[in-house]
Design a protein around this ligand. Structure first.
Ligand SMILES: [Zn+2]
Ligand SMILES: [Zn+2]
Ligand SMILES: [Zn+2]
Ligand SMILES: [Zn+2]
Ligand SMILES: [Zn+2]
Length: 369
């Protein structure tokens, strides 16, 4: 077992690592440390469970594609529940399998069209569509077209009695002219001659224009059969195998956040990938094992799973002769390593000092006011 860290760390290894960390090389020092050190095991766990979850669905209505449609690469089924799509090669892969019910595929006339063309839904086959016959005057925008009648004379309502004029170039846009509606001189907008509206140019005031959707033909290519007039129709089904991953929250005791963070990419983590049916690794701490096992229940549709486990042996060591620090000994690649964090006592004292400092500043500010 040379080069492989022992798992879990033995007390002797932990004491040896602490002694080396503190620069104590005498055997008597080690003996003293062994007698006074308080050692708590706090191994780290990183575990994800990936399940392959399968669902089988028969399509509600028959499937249709423009004919001829090649279905030769689709597997054929008789009983969807009994169909065997083969073993799961990787639980991490998403796989969609489309199948065809035996003897259900056939060709038929398209139900949505005649010979590949169908009536244009925009103009309902007329080839023309409605268009506004007039538009607001481009010069006065329909606002105050005549200072005398406001464009309301004649028919009583704007735009009823006299045809809106054809748009034309106005030489003197600011000079008011005679009104078409009330007959007053010098009161009307020179663009619309008092009407407020002009004839619509696109349709020349006819109120109709060629259908923009079918180009005036009244019909268009059928989208369902892509203009072929025939469809390939069959009863289909889909089998989906999808990966579903969940991570296991490690149960307490937890080392401090700072230690967990620093050890994310440090230390000799031991990794296993446990396939379906295999037991969890022997080196796993029992409380970790229980936490993982609790999550290993079969989920609905689960047909395979893989458990990825990473585990780092770690021990918390407190020494009476070193009250300011908490040492953490973890498995290293060659030998156990040590990192330390300030003890709770030191942190409490520091925060009390910080609070005292803030109070002093507040008093000083009050005094200066
Ligand atoms: Zn128009
Ligand atoms: Zn007028
Ligand atoms: Zn006008
Ligand atoms: Zn149309
Ligand atoms: Zn069609």
């Amino acid at each position: 077992m040379t080069g492989v860290p022992t798992d879990p760390l033995t007390d002797d290894e932990i004491i040896a690592a602490v002694a080396a960390h503190l620069g104590l090389h005498d055997a008597s020092d080690r003996l003293r440390l062994a007698g006074t050190a308080r050692i708590t095991r706090q191994p780290l766990l990183d575990c994800t469970i990936t399940r392959c979850v399968e669902s089988r669905v028969e399509s509600g209505a028959e499937e249709k594609r423009p004919a001829p449609y090649d279905l030769s690469d689709r597997p054929v089924y008789d009983d969807l529940d009994a169909y065997d799509p083969g073993p799961v090669k990787s639980v991490h892969r998403h796989r969609t399998l489309r199948l065809v019910l035996r003897d259900s595929a056939r060709e038929a006339d398209c139900t949505e069209c005649r010979h590949g063309r169908r009536q244009c839904p925009n103009c309902r086959g007329r080839g023309r569509q409605e268009c506004p016959p007039s538009q607001p005057c481009t010069l006065c925008r329909g606002m105050n077209p005549c200072t005398a009648c406001e464009g309301k004379a004649g028919g009583g309502r704007r735009g009823t009695s006299v045809e809106p004029p054809v748009p034309r170039k106005v030489r003197q846009p600011h000079v008011r002219i005679g009104c078409d509606l009330c007959g007053q001189e010098g009161t009307a907008c020179p663009g619309c001659r008092g009407r407020g509206r002009m004839r619509h140019e696109e349709c020349d005031g006819t109120g109709e224009t060629g259908c923009g959707s079918c180009g005036g033909k009244g019909n268009e290519e059928c989208v369902l059969c892509k203009g072929r007039g025939r469809l390939t129709v069959w009863q289909g089904a889909t089998i989906v195998r999808a990966p579903v991953t969940e991570s296991v929250d490690p149960p307490p005791p937890h080392p401090p956040w700072l230690v967990r963070r620093r050890l994310r990419n440090r230390g000799a983590w031991r990794a296993w990938v446990v396939a379906d049916g295999d037991g969890l690794p022997a080196g796993l701490a029992s409380h970790h094992r229980r936490a993982v096992e609790r999550r290993l229940v079969r989920r609905k549709g689960e047909i395979a799973r893989e458990v990825s486990v990473r585990h780092l042996p770690l021990a918390r060591v407190e020494l009476d002769e070193l009250p300011a620090r908490v040492l953490h000994v973890y498995a290293g690649h060659a030998e156990p390593q040590v990192m330390w964090v300030p003890s709770r006592r030191v942190l409490a004292r520091a925060s009390a000092a910080a609070a005292g400092c803030a109070t002093a500043v507040a008093l000083l500010l009050a005094a200066l006011r």
